[in-house]
Design a protein around this ligand. Structure first.
Ligand code: NAD
Ligand code: KPL
Length: 304
């Protein structure tokens, strides 16, 4: 059986690793350095907390410096760490290596694929929700779906059946870029405003004009980027997501509240860069980027 190497033992990486291990799959965690490896070993494994209770999984772990070849790598770090993380592993990747990139937004996937021209990069877009309750202890907070696809090769990999066995709800799509663009637009319409208004997602119902204007500009952006399917009824879907997740804080709001770096670089920055490339004005989106950058800078957080 091919081992699943998992780099990024945070929320989503732990959620995948524990379910794969539970299904009897060989899993190996790749930790940042020997100090994290020692902390993991002291914790005795990864714990997954679900409504039915919590279970611990003593999954073997290593650092990037191990020498065994990697045939299948689940990359589950944040988008801003992705390129550097794979660079450190490049020498270990077997010629037939496949990577599953779980990063949100757009931009990091191309950067990873450009570094690894011989490897197959499968992109993912997930609506599952998980958070770290403590080190190596992850709560499965929201059931969802993971779409997987490869813009360069429409054939599904044979190991998708393993995801069924592991209870990882997923679907293979030949249109993964549409999914990723749609999610990027949703995140650009919701996440920065929740930070600037310091509110839960539902708080945006008090700013309907601001949300509507952003959705109109994002729709223009998707259309000029050749993503008409991602643009369809964007405003209605944004309102639907705001209502469905009204009591949640967006991931960007949570990052700022915890003084953590945000993924603005692969969301709003990416959207504004594409607009500039197409000579599209989009004044509200660009003003939103300036406001968010000022907000992050004032709090001592990275602005990209
Ligand atoms: P996280 O911060 O919880 O976990 C990332 C982990 O990667 C951290 O433990 C970090 O130390 C580790 N890491 C970073 N660089 C590394 C390196 N070089 N070597 C080893 N480990 C390294 O992040 P997350 O919430 O799991 O998010 C991962 C990606 O999934 C993000 O792009 C996020 O937007 C996306 N996502 C997350 C969720 C969720 O519910 N958490 C849902 C959908 C999408
Ligand atoms: O994906 C999200 C996020 O917070 O990043 C939304 C859809 C906005 C839900 O909170």
């Amino acid at each position: 059986m091919t081992a699943w190497h998992v780099l990024g033992v945070g929320s989503l990486g732990s959620l995948w690793a524990t379910r794969l291990a539970r299904a009897g799959q060989p899993v190996r965690l790749i930790l940042r350095d020997s100090a994290r490896l020692a902390a993991y070993r002291a914790a005795g494994g990864l714990t997954l907390v679900e409504p039915g209770g919590s279970s611990a999984y003593p999954i073997p772990a290593e650092t990037a410096n191990a020498t065994t070849p990697i045939h299948r790598l689940l990359l589950a770090c944040k988008a801003y760490d992705a390129e550097e993380a794979v660079a450190a592993l490049a020498a270990r990747l077997a010629p037939d290596a496949e990577l599953i990139l779980l990063q949100n937004g757009l931009g990091s996937q191309d950067a990873v694929a450009a570094r690894l021209p011989r490897s197959r990069c499968i992109l993912a877009s997930s609506t599952e929700g998980a958070f770290r309750e403590a080190d190596f202890r992850v709560v499965f907070a929201g059931h969802g779906y993971t779409w997987l696809g490869d813009p360069r090769d429409p054939s599904p990999p044979p190991w998708l059946t393993v995801l069924d066995e592991a209870g990882i709800a997923h679907e293979w799509t030949t249109d993964i870029l549409t999914r990723l663009w749609r999610k990027l637009a949703l995140n650009c319409a919701i996440n920065p405003l929740t930070v600037l208004h310091d509110c839960r997602n539902g708080g945006l119902l008090e700013h309907p004009a601001e949300v509507a204007t952003l959705c109109a500009e994002l729709t223009e952006l998707l259309l000029i980027s050749g993503q008409p399917a991602a643009a369809e009824d964007l405003h209605s879907e944004v309102l639907r997501v705001i209502q469905a997740t009204a009591s949640n804080y967006s991931s960007m709001h949570q990052d700022v509240a915890r003084q953590r770096r945000t993924e603005i670089g692969v969301l709003l920055d990416q959207a504004c860069a594409v607009a500039t490339r197409h000579r599209l004005g989009l004044p509200h989106l660009k003003a939103l980027q300036r406001r968010l950058v000022a907000h992050l800078t004032a709090r001592g957080l990275p602005s990209h």
